[in-house]
Design a protein around this ligand. Structure first.
Ligand code: MN
Length: 201
């Protein structure tokens, strides 16, 4: 099975000034492409693996042949995490609907949610991701290291921020807090709402 780098559903500059065009180009065309290529190179060694999606590989990591398991974890994770990340980015959407209610219920207010999500993002050591997930039908903020996916831990991703330096260093250098703050301006709440609706099914 061969995986393809998905095209962005918007222009590279669509998230300016919060996420800059140059970062989007390198991030999508170089970094995401590299994860895709390395995942495909590993899969070529095991043509017998038959899955409908790359997500399935990460959900059932233990069933992936041991000789490529780490590559699938890292590069398969990188592949699906970025597929997911591009979709939850969009300019000018507003939180509404069920996800708004659930966030307010769980975190007391949207501001408190943003504060907790930001603190988790600033507290993450090294490279990784911070997520809003559904875990046993409950909202939860979790961190993963490197390219680990919450799917490998039985949790369903709703929203995420890429905290690898490649995601922000060109524009923000060491100012991770500024990047996290900017990120909140380009969350695609329509997609997050859809992710939530699918997750509770
Ligand atoms: Mn990345």
């Amino acid at each position: 099975m061969k995986f393809e780098l998905p095209k962005l559903e918007y222009e590279y500059n669509a998230l300016e000034p919060f996420i800059d065009e140059a970062t989007m180009k390198f991030h999508h065309d170089k970094h995401h492409q590299a994860y895709t290529d390395k995942l495909n190179a590993a899969m070529e060694k095991h043509p017998e693996i038959n899955v409908r999606s790359a997500e399935e590989l990460l959900i059932n990591l233990d069933s992936v042949s041991e000789d490529i398991r780490t590559i699938v974890r890292n590069h398969g994770g990188g592949y699906i995490n970025h597929n997911f990340f591009w979709k939850i980015l969009k300019a000018n959407t507003e939180i509404s609907g069920k996800i708004k209610k659930e966030i307010q219920k769980k975190f007391e207010s949207f501001d408190k949610f943003q504060e907790d999500f930001t603190n988790a993002s600033l507290g993450l050591f090294g490279s990784g991701w911070v997520w809003l997930v559904l875990n046993n039908k409950k909202l939860e903020i979790v961190s993963t290291s490197n390219q680990d996916s919450p799917l490998s831990f039985g949790k369903i991703p709703l929203l995420t921020i890429d905290l690898w330096e490649h995601a922000y260093y060109l524009k923000y250098q060491n100012r991770r807090a500024d990047y996290v703050n900017a990120f909140f301006n380009v969350i695609n709440w329509e997609q997050v709402e859809e992710n939530y609706a699918n997750a509770i099914k």
